[in-house]
Design a protein around this ligand. Structure first.
Ligand code: ZN
Ligand code: ZN
Length: 265
């Protein structure tokens, strides 16, 4: 099986200290065939976006150095905010990305981790707003390939019970999934929930299955690793979920276009 990890951060992300080379070496050791370097760009007051020109220079040196051992593709994880769509669309068009993850890290210009987004809102209102804004993001931002960790808000909720059950939000989540499918965009399975001891993937199985039922075919798999040891972490769980949900393929990307690869072992 051709193995990929399509969500990897390095020290070009403000929340990682990992040198790019250490991530590549870990991926090679773990038998990964292709990785996407997807450092953060969030046009948000709390973040300084990385210097992508520097990142690309380093990326090109590393790609050449390790080309006989692993394939590397240039990606980005960009924080989606419909209010900032012009800036985001301009950034995306400025670099030769093969793969773009669009993620919701902030909602209505409030960062889910650093700001007080949840204050004064009950869980149902806050989580519904998160998905409603997602619809606006999908409609206003061009070119991203997959929506990142689609039900990630449950990691940040400040409620006693912060879990998010698909069945409690099925109408709005179905709208999001249908719009993504309509626009030929995919979703990722992100395994970082295991790192945070939340013992789940993002999305949870029910949402993955629903995406398939609605006709969705484009799936990538990513560890969201910020340190070398978490590359490809818990991927066996993700593959089991994919098979159970009826997927036969996952996707690689080139020039922002999916290439389907079989997940048969
Ligand atoms: Zn993210
Ligand atoms: Zn990430």
């Amino acid at each position: 099986m051709f193995k990929i990890d399509y969500h990897i951060h390095t020290n070009y992300s403000s929340d990682s200290d990992a040198d790019m080379e250490s991530m590549i070496l870990s991926a090679i050791t773990k038998g990964i065939n292709e990785i996407a370097i997807t450092d953060h760009v969030d046009y948000h007051i709390k973040y300084e976006p990385p210097h992508y020109d520097d990142l690309i220079s380093k990326f090109n040196v590393m790609k050449e150095k390790y080309k006989s051992k692993i394939n590397m593709i240039l990606g980005v994880e960009i924080g989606l905010e419909s209010q900032l769509s012009d800036t985001i669309n301009e950034f995306i068009s400025s670099y030769p990305f093969d793969f773009i993850i669009g993620s919701s890290h902030s909602v209505c210009q409030k960062d889910l981790y650093f700001d007080n987004f949840f204050d004064g809102m009950d869980k149902k209102t806050a989580y519904t707003l998160y998905f409603t804004e997602m619809l606006k993001n999908i409609n206003s931002i061009e070119k991203f390939c997959v929506y990142g960790h689609i039900d990630f808000i449950s990691r940040y909720g400040t409620y006693n019970d912060k879990t998010l059950k698909y069945s409690d939000y099925n109408d709005i989540i179905d709208e999001v999934l249908k719009l993504l499918i309509n626009k030929n965009r995919g979703i990722e399975i992100n395994t970082s929930g295991y790192r945070y001891k939340l013992n789940q993937t993002y999305p949870q199985y029910a949402i993955l299955k629903r995406y398939k039922e609605l006709g969705g075919e484009i799936i990538t798999i990513g560890s969201d690793a910020h340190t070398p040891n978490y590359i490809a972490d818990h991927f066996e769980v993700a593959y089991d979920m994919l098979e159970k949900a009826g997927f036969k393929y996952i996707s690689r990307f080139k020039n922002l276009k999916p290439i389907f690869i079989s997940i048969n072992k």
